[in-house]
Ligand binder design. Structure first.
Ligand SMILES: *Cc1c(COP(=O)(O)O)cnc(C)c1O
Length: 464
């Protein structure tokens, strides 16, 4: 498996150079390995089917890779969608995800978002008492067709990355279960709302130890049992265990596996897997990270203070977290020559720099790699989730094109465009290009500021 992944990637890099995917005009592109994504989806389904006979909805966390063709591919592979904004919901719908394969989470849902989700019949996990009160109003009258749940924070503590730890004592997510009176309040909230049938927890992402994640899920399971006992019936029929399986960014090995995690959960929380509870999962990074690669040309090779520096076109715009927090998000870099062949030869410590105009725009510092030269190609590995799909528009750098690839049996690599590169015209348009006068004319009392024939209506100059 891991050998396949690296081999396919090398073949794709070669083909990307040969087929002109990477070019003077597009010196940075992203690739997605279709076979790898399919295999990950299948591994996830198999892992949970092995530990429970109850229905399981695997809802891909759309924020990890918000690309319609990716969501459509996952849908074809039996994976639904977890969305957390109107944009993500629209992407899921554009990909053909039916309501019963879609789950809406988000700590800041508006009334309009809740109303839309209920009208569509999409599952919703409420985050807090005020959101629950909104649901009360919206479901009064007719019983909802949406499965509705409540997100709780088991407050089990954080992992190694603060920004991604969602089950700390003071996390902004869900109802904090260990706060005084909170647990009893949750039980009462369920007893008073027969239509509230799910519990949800997502304890964190990259950096969370599996044991801690299992503990969070055990806490939620015990709460479900407590509520069902108090209700005298199985009011909670489904537990949403969130995502958060960490990804190995150090090698091509895919570990921990979905199977290992599912087995650990079944061992630690057997009651959740005995068939009484349906499950929802919300994995993001673990499904996509290892199947995406950023390729960039080395525009210049230089040195400073005896440190060789490769100035490439991949930097903060495609690897924001790694650039700003390199200790938490180290990226593997692979090096290829101008023909797209893996580079060999003696290695030296080099900096891999991006194109942005600030000193910290580095993908790697002092990394041991074969000496990079002008025209070579670097690959930032394991970037299929939360990297090029979470573009940062610093320096008005364009969103790079994204291309899916498949290696045919004869060894030929076929690319299909998932997302075209953002054009300079689009950048201008999205940056107020059609409103060049919007500020210059705002607040001006002197008509002489307005060019002849372009006088706005009175009071109309602030309008978009
Ligand atoms: C981000 C998020 C996920 C996905 O996390 P991964 O670490 O990518 O698996 C799942 N559920 C919720 C509620 C999230 O916020």
């Amino acid at each position: 498996m891991s050998v396949d992944l690296g081999d396919r990637r090398d073949q794709a890099v070669r083909a990307a150079v040969e087929q002109g995917l990477l070019s003077e005009a597009e010196p940075v592109v992203a690739m997605l390995d279709v076979a790898g994504i399919r295999a990950a989806a299948s591994a996830l389904r198999t892992a949970f089917a092995a530990v429970t006979g109850a229905p399981v909805l695997h809802a891909f966390a759309v924020k990890a890779t918000p690309l319609v063709p990716v969501l459509a591919l996952l849908h074809a592979e039996g994976i639904g969608a977890e969305v957390a904004s109107p944009g993500e919901l629209a992407l899921a719908r554009a990909a053909g995800l039916p309501p019963d394969r879609t789950v809406l989470d988000s700590p800041a849902k508006t009334v309009a978002e809740l109303r839309q989700a209920l009208a569509l019949g999409i599952a919703v996990n409420a985050d807090n008492p005020q959101e629950l009160a909104r649901l009360d109003t919206l479901v009064s009258g007719a019983p909802p067709s949406s499965p509705l749940g409540l997100r709780v924070n088991p407050q089990i503590g954080g992992g190694s990355i603060d920004a991604l730890s969602t089950a700390t004592a003071t996390s902004k997510f869900g109802v904090a279960l260990r706060d005084e009176g909170a647990r009893a309040w949750v039980v009462r909230a369920f007893l008073g709302r027969p239509w509230l049938t799910r519990l949800h927890a997502h304890s964190g992402s990259q950096g969370m130890p599996l044991d801690l994640m299992a503990e969070g899920i055990r806490t939620v399971y015990e709460l479900a049992e407590e509520i069902n006992t108090a209700a005298g019936r199985q009011q909670i029929d489904t537990v949403d265990i969130g995502g958060g399986l960490p990804v190995n960014f150090a090698s091509d090995e895919q570990t921990p596996t979905f199977a290992a995690y599912a087995q650990l959960l079944a061992q630690r929380v057997p009651g959740l897997f005995d068939g009484r509870y349906g499950l929802v999962t919300e994995f993001g990074r673990s499904l996509l990270a290892k199947h995406g690669t950023v390729l960039a040309r080395v525009e210049y090779a230089k040195s400073a203070g005896a440190r060789p520096i490769a100035v490439t076109h991949a930097g903060v715009q495609v690897a924001t977290r790694s650039v700003y927090d390199p200790a938490s998000w180290p990226l593997r870099i692979a090096s290829y020559d101008s023909q797209g062949l893996p580079k060999a030869g003696p290695v030296v410590a080099q900096d891999i720099a991006g194109p942005a105009c600030f000193a910290g725009d580095l993908l790697a510092v002092g990394r041991a790699l074969p000496v990079l030269e002008q025209g070579d190609v670097i690959a930032a590995l394991d970037t299929g989730a939360y990297y090029f799909t979470a573009h940062y528009s610093y320096n008005s750098l364009p969103r790079p094109g994204v291309h899916g690839f498949a290696v045919r049996p004869d060894g030929k690599v076929r690319f299909t465009t998932v997302r075209a590169a953002q054009t300079v015209d689009q950048i201008v348009a999205e940056s107020g290009g059609g409103r060049a006068d919007a500020l210059r004319l705002t607040g001006s009392n002197s008509d002489s500021n307005f060019p002849q024939g372009r006088l706005p209506h009175p009071g109309g100059s602030m309008k978009p």
